[in-house]
Design a protein around this ligand. Structure first.
Ligand SMILES: *[C@@H]1O[C@H](CO)[C@@H](O)[C@H](O)[C@H]1NC(C)=O
Ligand SMILES: *[C@@H]1O[C@H](CO)[C@@H](O)[C@H](O)[C@H]1NC(C)=O
Ligand SMILES: *[C@@H]1O[C@H](CO)[C@@H](O)[C@H](O)[C@H]1NC(C)=O
Ligand SMILES: *[C@@H]1O[C@H](CO)[C@@H](O)[C@H](O)[C@H]1NC(C)=O
Ligand SMILES: *[C@@H]1O[C@H](CO)[C@@H](O)[C@H](O)[C@H]1NC(C)=O
Ligand SMILES: *[C@@H]1O[C@H](CO)[C@@H](O)[C@H](O)[C@H]1NC(C)=O
Length: 421
């Protein structure tokens, strides 16, 4: 890059938040000391997540000029956006329920929203939503079929209790559908906004995902999951890489390993992929992410392009076809339902506190719920070795059932659909 061009860029990025990643072998404090006199004038934060070393802040052009050729600097990156992977909800639930032979009986069970789980009864949910039924039968959802979801009993002597860490828009934890459920709120990001610094979910994305994981009526994992909700994405569904890094730092320092559910996507980022390596390979977290909703190759985005995550695409379970919106490509590990899914709404004052959403984020939520169910119930699964979970996911998956189309054929996308039992 010629220096004049660099100076132009430096002018442009002046006063923007930047992320400077140092090489693994750099000693952070020594590096900061080297530039002490210039850095004194900038506002920044230095943080380390295992071998990943970052300086995040707003920098002076002189500083950027000085470090540009420093071999201890691995990259200088803008504070890129991260975006949730959810499509606009259908806004006429009453229309859907009147016309949908499946939705109606479920909605009529709204009175059961907060019943306590009954571990002594046979664990079959009748009139279950499609996304649950599809997990335990070997064919697409047919009209007028029985909508039963059979789910395992919790192991009586279960010792394991691994959390799902959901980094999202917050969760409406006071929704009656979450009654009896363990969801813990954390807001660690200080948005660059003056409003809504608590955990209220104004967007609805986090609530919809939490609901398909652990709510009594719609959840994959009714008895054995805990969610810790980190609010890192704003009300419009947009977050920033810098806040994501700070959240991962907080998790590294304060949590024990579990399932990291990251229902968002950004442009491909070496920083994100480096962090995925660290969390999976070194800190032993199992990471689940959506493929993205752009109908493009998921290998062109992060974290979906990382080798250290489980990337999930969407199908329509009434046809077993790839969803129109779903990304594809060889970075996908598995598919799950993701079209017109019934979820709990963030608007808890609604008459019918449900929403219908589509998106690969929801498919990732299903996978996270299934993994958590296995993890907390099967003693033979060694959590320190993520391969056990991935092997089980692979072994149980139905192969070759998704209707082939040009994406599957041209892009070496796997043809695997998740099954729970
Ligand atoms: C929603 O659906 C109901 C039931 O079919 C219908 O009466 C109503 O007019 C629809 N509302 C809108 C805004 O389309
Ligand atoms: C729980 O299951 C038992 C056995 O099937 C049944 O007798 C009891 O009524 C159930 N309780 C609730 C609250 O559904
Ligand atoms: C947020 O940051 C942007 C640019 O970094 C700035 O223009 C804006 O004024 C900030 N908003 C608040 C509420 O501080
Ligand atoms: C989570 O945050 C919401 C909104 O701030 C609050 O109403 C709710 O009680 C919190 N839930 C828990 C379990 O702390
Ligand atoms: C969690 O980690 C952060 C950042 O690493 C640290 O500042 C904070 O004190 C920790 N919080 C708790 C409750 O330990
Ligand atoms: C991760 O798992 C390996 C065994 O697979 C273990 O040796 C290592 O100590 C674990 N690391 C952490 C941070 O738990």
């Amino acid at each position: 890059m010629n220096i004049l061009y660099f100076l132009m860029i430096a002018q442009l990025i002046h006063a923007q938040t930047l992320i400077i990643q140092l090489t693994e072998n750099t000693i952070g404090l020594k590096f900061l000391k080297k530039y002490d006199t210039i850095l004194k004038l900038c506002s920044y934060e230095y943080l380390e997540i295992s071998n990943n070393k970052f300086i995040i802040g707003k920098f002076d052009t002189n500083f950027l000029k000085s470090i540009y050729f420093d071999t201890e600097v691995k990259s200088i990156s803008k504070d890129n956006q991260i975006n949730i992977c959810q499509l606009k909800k259908k806004n006429n639930l009453s229309y859907e329920s009147n016309n949908n032979y499946i939705m109606k009986p479920i909605l009529e069970q709204s009175s059961l929203l907060n019943t306590k789980p009954n571990d002594t009864s046979p664990l079959v949910q009748h009139f279950a939503p499609r996304h649950l039924v599809r997990l335990t039968q070997d064919h697409a959802i047919k009209k007028k079929q029985e909508m039963n979801f059979k789910y395992p009993l919790s192991s009586p002597n279960k010792k394991k209790n691994h959390n799902i860490y959901l980094l999202d828009t917050g969760v409406a934890t006071t929704h009656p559908g979450f009654y009896h459920k363990k969801i813990i709120n954390k807001t660690i990001m200080k948005y660059n906004f003056t409003h809504n610094l608590n955990n209220e979910d104004i967007n609805g994305h986090g609530t919809s995902i939490a609901s398909i994981i652990l709510s009594q009526l719609l959840g994959v994992c009714k008895n054995d999951c805990n969610i810790i909700s980190y609010k890192i994405i704003d009300d419009n569904g947009v977050g920033y890489l810098s806040n994501f890094i700070k959240t991962l730092k907080y998790i590294q320092d304060n949590e024990t390993n579990g399932i990291l559910l990251l229902p968002f996507i950004s442009e491909k980022s070496q920083i994100i992929n480096d962090l995925m390596y660290t969390f999976n390979q070194q800190l032993n977290y199992t990471i689940v992410v959506p493929a993205g909703n752009y109908q493009l190759d998921s290998c062109n985005y992060s974290p979906s392009s990382s080798n250290d995550v489980i990337t999930v695409g969407s199908i329509d379970s009434t046809l077993d076809k790839i969803a129109d919106f779903s990304n594809y490509g060889k970075c996908i590990n598995i598919f799950a339902d993701g079209v017109n899914m019934l979820t709990l709404s963030n608007n808890i004052n609604d008459n019918i506190p449900f929403d219908i959403f589509s998106g690969t984020s929801l498919s990732a939520g299903i996978v996270a719920g299934v993994l958590s169910q296995w993890l907390n119930n099967y003693d033979e699964i060694n959590f320190d070795n993520n391969n056990d979970l991935i092997m089980k996911l692979d072994n149980l998956a139905i192969k070759g059932i998704i209707q082939p189309n040009k994406y599957l054929e041209n892009s070496k996308t796997v043809n695997k659909l998740i099954q729970m039992i």
